[in-house]
Design a protein around this ligand. Sequence first.
Ligand code: ADP
Ligand code: MG
Length: 324
Amino acid sequence: MGAGYDLELVNLTKRYGDTLAVDGIDYHFKAGHYVCLLGPSGCGKSSTLRMIAGHESVSSGSVVLDGFDVSHLPPAKRGTAMMFQNYALFPHLSVRDNVAFSLRMKGIDKAARHKKANELLELVDMTKYADRLPAQLSGGQQQRVALARALVTQPKILLLDEPLSALDPFLRIRMRAELKKLQRELGITFIHVTHGQDEALALGDELVVMNNAVIEQAGRARDVWAAPRTEFVARFMGGHNVINLAGSKVALRADDVIVGQEGMAATVSAVEYQGGHVALTTKTETGEEVLALVPEGHFFESPKNPGDAVRLAWDEGRLHRLQA
Ligand code: ADP
Ligand code: MG
């Protein structure tokens, strides 16, 4: 399957009546990346994905694929494929016929489409289930079939809308490793929508964080996590405190808070053992909540309980000023 295509969104906008679901976003997805599009429910992720796929019309702006404006092309003519949240497999068709379905629609003969479907089933390790019906498969297996079905058209960009949300937590972690491996093998762009920051960090080479119909921040996963630009991103990505210091808002990583003999006075409000570290929620004298992640060895040298007085310190250089 050939290399990917660059994808550019230019002032892309979606309105449903009075609802502005996507508000003029601009973004350049470079070929061959695993990109996670994340943000809270209702922020416009699915609408964006569906406009890229052609399952939703654009209200204004354009979708440019490999230099061509595809905004008004039907889905099958774009070089994209979409894997839906609920897999949407045909219950009365075998696994092989589900995978071959879009080839049948294109009028490809049975022998050729079965050959192609078998190749894809091999790719997702589902060869031995080819003759089963979807109802005879587990959730993870159905998901692999849905992936094979999306990939059978040899898309340049695979669009995945919350592909792991129907799986139990254990399987979700296993399937995300499989998705990542598949993307590397195919070398095409995956755009994966999720509302989970852990999933986005685990998978995305690049993150695009949306909020209220716009892109709030985008960049390499580590950069977005380590250097959130806004309070929203700091809070949404987690692991950060947002505190008011001398009139401006700063982000401070919870693992950079030092609980000791010096610094700001605070009272412990909750203690949660998390294995490698202990999460200590505290309240300062000015009423701000500050979370400290303390390495467990260090914590148990002098354990704290709710109600205890503590002092909080940090290295000034670790404070990260947020945009107002
Ligand atoms: P997300 O995928 O981030 O949860 P969506 O793109 O599904 O967000 O929705 C963005 C906004 O558009 C929401 O306010 C949602 O209610 C609205 N919306 C989505 N689809 C439709 C639709 N078909 N008709 C009307 N409003 C819609
Ligand atoms: Mg959605």
